[in-house]
Design a protein around this ligand. Structure first.
Ligand code: FCB
Length: 482
């Protein structure tokens, strides 16, 4: 498709007045300064320093050096005109060992950030956990242990008391699926374990941590709006064959229902409990009363969406190839017996993620139909592309503009269908440390020159600023919406 990147063309689609526009980041991905002001080590420090764990041996030691460049980044947000900024607090800055009294200099950093946002009329949206667990807690078993959820509750209390006067919107966890299943199951994220039974236990203890945090936040910050951010997907079977339909259901169970059902229905899905029945410790760690804690009322749901997936049963890979699909090489979780398909001809990002904005609309409609009518915020959406600074000193990332336009338009479709979406956050403000991909994947609307730390607004930044100003988006009719 062709996109006029800096000038809006009619017809445009207006968003409801007060729709919240924002951008998102995460502590370990941008802050650097991992030793400053008594910050303790996190599982991501350990993991990124493990040879072979992260592309090119990259680490978050320096990252975007946001810790020392906060004022500049605040100015970028101010000029962008966002109504909100989503950031995360690094637990090991607040409690260097994961326990005990608050480290005041760690809290002071976030106090300066919150004050800087408020003075620019930007609403802080605070994520309490975006994956940087204090390493000493991992040494005692990490999220496989129930005690980690209790320690999280203590940490939340410290942050809520310190920042609660100026932060209303709180997100307990970011993408607990990644923390548990990628971290303890697939070994692709910290702490790098490959143990399905431990992943299931981590899944539960993360949700328990969320449940324990809710009353603490409500007590410390009476006006708090409390939510959780989930990475959810839209799984389509590669054919109508019953095995493929069942495979899509299993993938959906693992990614979506293991989180949505306990949070909104107070129970784990029976098919998944049966599936993980033989794994140790698995869901045997669930205790009486846990699900009541996990299912406490929330004020909103945060949804992170990047791509849809088409899947088949492992035994049907050959049929899928004959039907014209490319079958992805590796299976993430062999026990699920699910293979992912690539649709030839579909546009993909440099993560190799398929671009299909309609998946976002159908996901949102499904959440409303099956789970909740609470306000929804798209707390992350964006794309990595192979950006470069051109000879005129500009980053003309038209493909990112197209991606954002299509997905914001897909959000509009959901609103038209009656889904209560109240805000949208671009991932990400800055190019940053993209976890196991290191600095090789750029998601920012601002270019970061990693050797110097220099920032440069990309074309998408200017486009997003215009979108925010007009509170509207152009109609998108690209291949991505098909
Ligand atoms: C999400 C993470 C975020 C970022 C994007 C690309 O899973 O929450 O930190 O890495 O993916």
């Amino acid at each position: 498709m062709s996109t006029s990147s800096s000038h809006h063309q009619s017809p445009t689609r207006p968003f409801p007045p007060g729709f919240l526009w924002g951008t998102a980041t995460a502590s370990y991905q941008i802050e650097g300064a991992t030793l400053a002001d008594d910050r303790g080590p996190s599982i991501w420090d350990n993991f990124s320093h493990t040879p072979g764990a992260v592309w090119n041996g990259d680490t978050g030691d320096v990252a975007c050096d946001h810790y020392h460049r906060m004022e500049e980044d605040l100015d970028l947000l101010g000029e962008l005109g966002v109504g909100a900024y989503r950031f995360s607090v690094a637990w090991p800055r607040v409690q260097p060992t994961g326990k005990g009294p608050a480290n005041q200099s760690g809290l002071d950093f976030y106090r300066r950030l919150v004050d800087g946002l408020r003075s620019r009329n930007i609403e802080p949206t605070l994520t309490l956990y975006h994956w940087d667990l204090p390493q000493p807690l991992e040494d005692e078993g990490g999220w496989c242990e129930r005690d980690t959820a209790e320690r999280f509750a203590d940490y939340v209390d410290l942050v809520a008391r310190a920042l609660g006067s100026d932060v209303e919107r709180w997100i307990t966890l970011n993408e607990p699926w990644c923390s548990s299943w990628l971290g303890y199951g697939a070994g692709r994220h910290a702490p790098g374990l490959k143990d399905i039974g431990k992943a299931a236990a981590a899944n539960h203890h993360l949700l328990l941590a969320h449940g324990l945090a809710i009353p603490i936040l409500r007590a410390a910050v009476p006006s708090a709006k409390v939510g959780i951010t989930l990475n959810l997907g839209d799984h389509r079977p590669g054919s109508e064959h019953e095995l493929d339909v069942a495979a899509a259901r299993r993938a959906d169970g693992n990614l979506n229902r293991l989180f949505l059902e306990p949070i909104f229905h107070g129970q784990y899905p029976q098919d998944m409990l049966d599936h993980y029945d033989q794994t140790q410790p698995g869901f045997s760690v669930v205790r009486e009363g846990d699900l009541e804690l996990i299912a406490q009322p929330l004020d909103f749901l945060g949804v992170n969406y990047y791509f849809p997936s088409t899947v088949v049963d492992t035994s049907r890979a050959t049929e899928a190839r004959l039907a014209g699909y490319v079958v992805a090489e590796s299976e993430q979780f062999p026990d699920l017996r699910v293979r992912s398909l690539e649709t030839p001809g579909r546009d993909r990002t440099s993560m190799n993620w398929e671009i299909a904005a309609s998946g976002l609309t159908s996901l949102l409609v499904r959440i409303r139909n099956d789970y909740t009518t609470l306000p929804i915020y798209i707390t992350e959406n964006g794309a990595a592309f192979d950006d470069y600074v051109d000879p005129n000193g500009r980053v003309l990332d038209h493909n990112r503009v197209a991606y954002l336009q299509e997905h914001i338009s897909a959000v509009h479709d959901a609103i038209d269908a009656g889904v209560n979406v109240q805000g949208y956050f671009v991932w990400s403000l800055l190019d940053n440390f993209e976890w196991s991909f290191g600095y090789s994947r750029r998601f920012g609307i601002v270019w970061v020159d990693f050797p110097t730390g220099d920032r440069l607004a990309k074309e998408s930044y200017h486009w997003y600023r215009d979108t925010i100003r007009s509170n509207s988006v152009e109609y998108a009719t690209s291949v991505g919406s098909g």
